[in-house]
Design a protein around this ligand. Structure first.
Ligand SMILES: NC(=O)c1ccc[n+]([C@@H]2O[C@H](COP(=O)([O-])OP(=O)(O)OC[C@H]3O[C@@H](n4cnc5c(N)ncnc54)[C@H](OP(=O)(O)O)[C@@H]3O)[C@@H](O)[C@H]2O)c1
Length: 244
């Protein structure tokens, strides 16, 4: 059977990397997308190949629509099809509202909201032509409950939930599912700056009494892309140990 192709954005690091490795093991041809982390992305591709899978790395700043179109074009030229898109690339720049810089508000919106829009808009023509496709967006637990000093990030992830639900309705009739995974706190470069006390306080609030792992998140993404989830559309799945 022909290999399925998936593009994982932000796969040079953290959750995107874990998702790319897991989908590589599951038999997908994986496009390991990166922005600045070329070496890291190449190492992810090498790991996929070492464990018997296939993939390639491609660069794009997802804030730039033209760059996203180019990424889709290059992938389509190489593989002939794109079965799935996982939008994991994201940024978080925290500050109290009174000192949050306008540039940091804009950057978080540009990457987390416009970047997801740019990738979805760029990939839908090929998915339309296939009559099938699946998109999974990375949201966040804070999108539902809020968090202090993260007004830009929380707003961006609430927008991701909204885009997920809107696109599920718009693209469903064309055979494309759109869902989101909303992780709780997971140790990745994004959360490296959190001190031990903050992590411990968080764990105490989680019913399952631990942090999530990148593999917990990758498993949920893989399920959304599987045949078992073929009738699941427009859902935001909170993978956070039950913290609400
Ligand atoms: N970690 C958590 O606790 C957590 C919790 C909830 C939700 N999330 C969400 O999960 C996703 C992955 O987070 P993570 O923890 O894996 O973060 P991470 O380790 O910091 O990785 C972020 C990724 O985003 C890419 N990226 C950043 N700006 C970009 C841009 N302008 N264009 C293209 N790519 C860009 C980076 O690429 P380069 O490094 O190559 O530049 C990197 O691969 C994010 O959407 C995040 O909001 C994370």
């Amino acid at each position: 059977m022909e290999k399925k192709t998936v593009i994982v954005t932000g796969a040079s690091s953290g959750l995107g990397k874990a998702i790319a490795l897991s989908l590589g093991q599951a038999g997908y041809f994986v496009v390991v997308h990166y922005n600045t982390g070329q070496e890291q992305a190449e190492r992810v591709v090498a790991s996929i190949r070492t464990s018997g899978g296939c993939g390639t790395s491609l660069q794009a700043d997802i804030r730039n629509l033209q760059a996203c179109r180019q990424l889709i074009e290059t992938t389509t030229r190489e593989t002939g099809r794109i079965d799935a898109l996982v939008n994991s690339a994201g940024v978080k720049i925290d500050a109290p509202i009174e000192t949050m810089r306008e540039t940091d508000f804009d950057k978080v919106m540009d990457v987390n909201v416009k970047g997801v829009f740019n990738m979805c808009q760029s990939v839908v023509p090929i998915m339309f032509s296939q009559g099938a496709g699946a998109i999974v967006n990375l949201s966040s637990g804070v999108s539902a409950v809020g968090y202090p000093n993260m007004v830009n990030y929380v707003a961006s992830k609430a927008a991701v939930n909204g885009m997920t639900r809107a696109l599920a309705k718009e693209l469903g009739p064309k055979g494309i599912t759109v869902n989101a995974v909303a992780p709780g706190l997971v140790e990745t470069p994004m959360t490296d700056g959190y001190d031990a006390a903050r992590k411990q306080a968080y764990i105490e609030r989680v019913p399952l009494k631990r942090l999530g792992t990148p593999e917990d998140i990758a498993a949920a993404v893989k399920w959304f892309l599987s045949e078992e989830a073929a009738f699941v559309n427009g859902q935001v799945l909170f993978v956070n140990g039950g913290l609400h």
